[in-house]
Write a protein that binds this ligand. Sequence first.
Ligand code: PBG
Length: 354
Amino acid sequence: MAIKYGRPIESRVRVVPAEAKDRAQPAPSLDLATRPRRNRRAEWARRMVRENVLTTNDLIWPMFVAEGRRAPVASMPGVERLPIGDIVRAAEQAAKLTIPCIALFPYTDPNLRDDDGSEALNPDNLVCQAIRAIKKEVPGIGVLCDVALDPYTSHGHDGLMHEGTILNDETVAVLVKQALVQAEAGCDVIAPSDMMDGRVGAIRQGLDAAGFTDVQIMAYTAKYASAFYGPFRDAVGSSATLTGDKRTYQMDPGNSDEALREAELDIAEGADMIMVKPGLPYLDILARIKDAFGLPTFAYQVSGEYAMIMAAAQNGWLDGDKAMIETLTAFKRAGADGVLTYFAPRVAEKLLKS
Ligand code: PBG
């Protein structure tokens, strides 16, 4: 048999002088039983053998809620902070586009931010108002909310800080209350993004004790201390407030086994779904977690990933739509059951048209 993997192609091909009369001659046929290109020769064939296909069911659309009028986020072209009325319209648009779920993030008035992030516990804060409005007007769409204190603290950290240290257990107690406030407002999926130890279990217990046994938890399981969150922090206003970095609670980008241990803990504590974040630079982590546990596993194509593609596209350096589809398909291929992405409305429109 003539399948000779790894043999340099040059040694098998007789070099033909590139003259017109020679080019017309039929080239000697390679003795190949298998020609992978056969399955790629036409669009119908490529469609027929495609292993992973992106659909609108794979999308979670993150949105920024703010007081006042719509305002663009400079580092995220095409993304705006939206007042409640516009958030409801965006939720309607999501439903029309058959996007199953949206994720809400608040831009909190700087005057309402304090050391303890107490606005997070206000049942009338922006996120809670938005949840109630969406649940009233667009009851069929899933609403996911972050649990973490960074949009509410004066220091921009996800937890309570004491003399420069982020306190774990004290923070978890507050996060449980934040989760309850959001569940009471009608949130469907609680997504702890803070990376404190033990928060999933504590939130699960708190929800159950208050009768919210049906509220799901999507844990930010492997959330890395990443430079790719920069534009998000502009959007929620925490780049201005953040002192230092988040490396004492978010994961070290050099680690992989540790992500499996985090997943084991979150699952044991009651997580219904788990997430890896950022997305593209951590596809290996996504694949390992999905393979090891088989839970519904999500990727977050974060703000910096979105910004990179948009910036390059705006400069004419690459085709933005193609890069969007390619990256989102890559998440599926790596094992994601869905992706949080700022491209959600744009890609959904494209998918529904094709
Ligand atoms: C807050 C939070 C962050 C993101 C989601 N939730 C930022 C951070 O941890 O600093 C990042 C999302 C993005 O970059 O798109 N805990």
